[in-house]
Design a protein around this ligand. Structure first.
Ligand SMILES: [Mg+2]
Length: 169
């Protein structure tokens, strides 16, 4: 059984970068896309531009070794995105991280998919929700259940950087 992993709450991509840069060493970032990097109501034409700009911003950080944009959604216009990602069950092998020792930071808006993936990987979880108003009933229900279970999976961390690097045993 894994222990709890750290969970941070942030409100913007800038805060994600600050957090990742607050501790020494490079990290692999696995980021959700919908409602994390791209607003939920983004039109199809702007989706690719916003997603690519967000991935560029993360990759520009000297503390970021690699960015994996991972969505459970269908293929869209962004070739750098891993689609139909099967979160939270995605394996290290599928992500090309089977032998990697680099600490992982998972960024996402849903505890039940993104958060649980972070927990499975022994990663730090950074909770970023662009917009939690006017969600679909399914998304809202997932978010409510996520709030109930998160105490079992995560240690809330108020400030400081992502120094956590433990690997699942
Ligand atoms: Mg999402």
């Amino acid at each position: 059984m894994l222990g709890r992993v750290p969970m941070y709450h942030v409100r913007s991509l800038d805060e994600v970068v600050d957090l990742v840069e607050a501790s020494a060493g490079e990290k692999v970032i696995i980021s959700d896309v919908d409602n994390t990097l791209v607003p939920r109501d983004a039109r199809f034409e702007e989706f690719g531009r916003v997603a690519n700009a967000a991935i560029d911003q993360l990759e520009a950080s000297p503390s970021v070794a690699r960015v994996i944009a991972l969505t459970n959604g269908p293929e869209r216009s962004v070739s750098r995105m891993v689609s139909r990602g099967n979160k939270p069950w995605t394996s290290r092998r599928r992500l090309g991280l089977r032998r990697s020792r680099t600490p992982i930071v998972v960024v996402g808006d849903q505890v039940l998919t993104d958060g649980l993936l972070a927990w499975r990987l022994g990663a730090t979880y950074v909770h970023l929700v662009i917009d939690d108003q006017g969600e679909t009933p399914r998304q809202a229900t997932m978010r409510r259940i996520g709030r109930i279970v998160r105490g079992a999976l995560f240690r809330p961390v108020a400030t400081g950087g992502c120094t956590h690097s433990e690997q699942p045993s």
